[in-house]
Design a protein around this ligand. Structure first.
Ligand code: HEM
Length: 442
């Protein structure tokens, strides 16, 4: 997927804040910008493995409003799916007539409350944020072409979908929190479907380096259990996953972008024995390290790779894109593609796209650079340090607490138990430039 040249300027501008990233020097940023230019010049506008189908009422009768046209542009890759639009000035008081007249007003209050829940003291995003991203997927993902219900309809919190289907294990806490928000704010006319997707987008940008995904409201709710077997299993082979997502209009490159959300993850139920083991070295950070480490047989031992991610990473229709995300310029490329694919995902099963309204301006700002605080301690943990206290370190990371000496001591962990050598420089290097990926079997 290649955006028009008009967008190149904004992408390059967004590459510059990564100067704040430690270990990143001006030279590295220039290399990144150059790689971005080359990538965009080399790629066809839309290849067979890039998503470009229209959805819902954008197919028939077609885009008829400005929002409908914007979203159609995003879906075909011609309009940027990220935006920096912010609210300028004061927001009207919740419940006031002025607030009632402005569709986005109540959403500003909701987004601010969500942000409080999603951030920890370490400035990373926490387990609720990751849950919210996954919840957005598990609501919207229950749709495929030809079905006239399911998708982004709020059913994930309006029915017993979570407890009824094992594929949703791990989403219990964020569902309970989202239901509380729904009960609090439904008097202001919001839908559960919008709330779930707003949660996913606030959570994404709450994670350091996460994109600000354009956000729309006005979806309709459906308190009906959606069709089953439309969500993926971590043991599914790549061919099965590709078919599952193509049936939802998401092509292999789009799937590669979306599963990158596992960069923030600390699984609990795929392998309960290894609960809270992460899927890359920097859980709670929206970086591209997940892509490189999934391919890397030398990744630290606590990193638990889902077989589905491993299978996708080497599939002929996915592997080049996967390696691009892992390589120079990968962060900007991935954020751009993730945002595009998440707009698509968040609209599956929605048939009133022309009448939605954009409320991107209520999202928190992006966090720009990120300095990997205490990564040396995390790195020791990833390589087997902390012995029996390892579980407590995992819990601290899930809560996005800093793992400095005083916090470790306050949770009953002796910092001296971290016996394995730290490897922070290697982790930081790997986070930005994966240049020595294994080629065997690719
Ligand atoms: C190939 C498709 C996918 C499979 C097989 C898959 C599977 C899984 C599994 C097994 C977990 C761990 C749950 C646990 O044990 O706690 C997980 C976590 C997660 N997934 Fe996926 N997933 C897929 C795609 C996606 C997509 C498309 C998104 C979002 C756009 C997503 C977002 C997440 C997030 C954020 C977590 C972390 C949740 C947490 O830490 O609590 N996944 N996924």
């Amino acid at each position: 997927m290649k955006l028009s040249n008009l967008l190149l300027g904004s992408a390059l501008a967004s590459a510059v804040p990564s100067l704040a990233h430690p270990g990143s020097k001006w030279k590295e940023t220039m290399v990144e910008i150059e790689a971005e230019i080359q990538r965009r010049a080399a790629r066809p506008a839309n290849g067979p493995d890039d998503s470009s189908e229209l959805l819902g009422d954008l197919v028939k009768p077609g885009p008829s409003t400005q929002v409908g046209k914007d979203i159609a542009g995003i879906l075909v890759g011609k309009v940027d799916a990220q935006s920096d639009e912010q609210i300028r000035g004061k927001v009207a008081q919740l419940g006031s007539d002025a607030c009632k007249k402005d569709t986005c007003c109540v959403w500003k209050y909701i987004a601010d409350e969500m942000l409080q829940k999603f951030k920890g003291r370490s400035s990373k995003c926490n387990k609720f944020a990751r849950g919210a991203v996954r919840l957005g997927f598990h609501d919207a993902g229950t749709w495929k072409k030809g079905n006239d219900f399911g998708g982004a309809d709020g059913s994930v919190i309006l029915t017993n979908e979570i407890s009824a289907r094992p594929v949703n294990r791990g989403l219990e806490e964020i569902t309970a929190v989202t239901k509380q928000w729904y009960d609090k704010y439904k008097q202001y006319g919001i839908t559960a479907a919008d709330l779930v997707q707003m949660g996913a987008n606030v959570a994404t940008v709450a994670c350091p380096l996460g994109p600000r995904v354009r956000t729309y409201v006005g979806r309709k709710d459906n308190a009906r259990l959606p069709p089953d077997n439309l969500l993926p299993e971590p043991t599914d082979p790549a061919d099965k996953l590709i078919k599952l997502f193509e049936d939802k209009t998401i092509k292999p490159h789009g799937l590669a972008a979306l599963v990158g959300a596992h960069t923030t993850s600390q699984q609990r139920f795929f392998k309960p024995r290894r609960a809270l083991d992460p899927q890359d070295s920097t859980p709670g950070v929206w970086d591209v390290l997940f892509y490189g480490q999934t391919l890397n047989s030398q990744a630290p031992r606590r990193i638990l790779k889902f077989p589905s991610d491993v299978s996708l990473s080497v599939h002929p229709r996915v592997k080049d894109e996967w390696r691009e995300f892992a390589g120079p310029g990968g962060q900007e490329h991935w954020n751009e593609d993730y945002a595009k694919e998440y707009v698509r995902l968040s609209l599956l099963g929605v048939n009133n796209i022309n009448s939605l309204q954009e409320c991107t301006k209520v999202l928190p700002p992006t966090s720009g650079g990120f300095d990997f605080p205490n990564q040396d301690v995390i790195d020791k943990w990833l390589n087997g340090g902390f012995g029996k206290s390892g579980q407590k370190v995992g819990e601290a990371l899930a809560d996005a607490l800093p793992v400095d000496n005083s916090t470790l001591q306050s949770i009953g962990v002796d910092p001296k138990d971290a016996t394995t050598p730290a490897n922070i420089e290697a982790v930081k290097r790997e986070a930005r430039y994966i240049t020595n990926l294994p080629t065997e079997g690719l």
